[in-house]
Design a protein around this ligand. Structure first.
Ligand code: OVV
Length: 399
């Protein structure tokens, strides 16, 4: 029990779940960082950390800042959530450790090597379809099309009904926010979408050689139950589509706006890998999520009571001038070491290697064929409780 209040906490009226914030979060990030190391958000009655140092500290201390009460704004231990908690995202050690070990092996770099050739072939095919094809809607026709094909194939999801993965991702990630209009809209068709997802996670509906089927090997080995395997497969479907779709969209936007950076990639395709890390820093697709205090906790001298929700803005940490030089400059030549676009600590993105593989392969294929990514008209910003990208992004890929 901490008895001395060391510092008076900063307080802010900023609403990180408002349309104004989603349209341009960066000035709000600066205000939150400057307000203090941890800030009370009056509108929702939760805390927020927006500086790099404190974001890293919170993510590094799962004993104090747990995930088992959910990583959305709702305390799922107290209130219950809208879905059964994820066995990976919303658990703490020791349960988390065992689940993570299973998925981590399935998604390890060595295990993923077998996927590269197929991803490359599909990337070439997609790029061939879009290059010189005139005006395209870069989200649906490109950014979403790729993961929906290669990731869904890799997991081994049925082709029929696959479109349900998009509204499901919308439910999962908007569902981490408060009960606002975005939340309600995402849940509008929840029963039908959930039914399809549940079925897709079952052994008999997965291809026998995919990543999903590999989870069921642990059932055969007597380690986990059939239901538990289905829940782990659900994590692939929840975390693997929107995140990469939106990362690709953000990449198109960054390179359309910074043609000289695209020229650098084209001049040296070996730079693609690193360029993706800068995209993850500069326009992190997964912007915010929560932790919950397991006890009275101290952050830089401020006492946060037990059972408090803390918003973690990885997006803000990735642009904190206390950490980064010229944080608001998109520069594929900079060091991106330490960015928290994939999170950090024991919950750091377990799928980051497959995400990197997808984006690297796709941007490499694009760099070979496309001299310029031209934005056609104003992109339409996606208003979303946790993810940052575009609803529509009209582009033209010049040969
Ligand atoms: C990282 C992430 C995001 C969304 C859902 C999940 C994980 C999950 O495990 O369900």
């Amino acid at each position: 029990m901490i008895t001395d209040i060391l510092e008076k906490p900063a307080s802010s009226a900023i609403d990180p779940f408002s349309a104004e914030y989603f349209r341009d979060p960066y000035p709000f990030h600066a205000q939150l960082r400057d307000a203090g190391p941890v800030v009370w958000l009056e509108k929702w009655g939760v805390w927020a950390v927006a500086r790099f140092e404190q974001v890293q500290a919170v993510l590094g201390d799962w004993r104090t800042f747990c995930s088992g009460a959910g990583v959305g704004i709702v305390n799922e231990k107290k209130m219950g959530g809208w879905r059964k908690p994820s066995a990976l995202l919303e658990t703490d050690p020791p349960e988390h450790t065992a689940n993570r070990a299973i998925v981590s092996r399935i998604l390890s770099p060595v295990a993923l090597r077998a996927l590269r050739a197929t991803f490359e072939k599909e990337a070439e095919a997609l790029v061939s379809r879009v290059v010189g094809a005139g005006d395209l809607e870069g989200m649906a026709d490109f950014s979403e099309a790729f993961p929906m094909k290669v990731f869904a194939d890799a997991v081994g999801v049925p082709v029929e009904g696959r479109h349900h993965l998009v509204p499901w991702g919308n439910m999962v990630f908007n569902g981490m926010g408060p009960r606002n209009a975005l939340f309600d809209r995402a849940m509008a068709n929840a029963d039908e979408v959930t039914a399809w997802i549940s079925a897709a996670c079952r052994r008999e509906n997965l291809t026998p050689d995919g990543l999903g089927a590999q989870v069921y090997k642990h059932v055969d080995a007597g380690e986990i139950s059939e239901e538990h395997a289905a829940l782990l497969v659900r994590s692939f479907l929840s975390a693997g589509v929107d995140t990469t779709t939106f990362a690709i969209g953000n990449a198109l936007f960054c390179f359309a706006q910074h043609a000289e950076q695209w020229d650098m990639v084209r001049a040296n395709p070996g730079k693609v890998k690193h360029a993706f890390e800068e995209i993850m820093r500069f326009e992190s697709p997964f912007q915010t999520f929560f932790r919950t205090t397991t006890r009275d906790a101290e952050i830089s001298g401020v006492v946060i009571p037990q059972d408090s929700k803390i918003l973690i803005s990885v997006a803000s940490a990735n642009r904190d001038p206390r950490k980064w030089d010229r944080p608001d400059t998109f520069d594929i030549g900079r060091s991106t070491a330490g960015h928290v676009g994939f999170g950090a600590g024991i919950h750091g993105c377990v799928g980051q290697m497959i995400a990197r593989l997808e984006v690297e392969v796709l941007l490499t294929a694009l760099a070979k064929r496309v001299s310029r990514i031209e934005m056609r008209g104003e992109p339409e910003r996606l208003l979303h409780n946790t993810l940052r990208s575009f609803a529509t992004l009209h582009v033209r890929f010049h040969a």
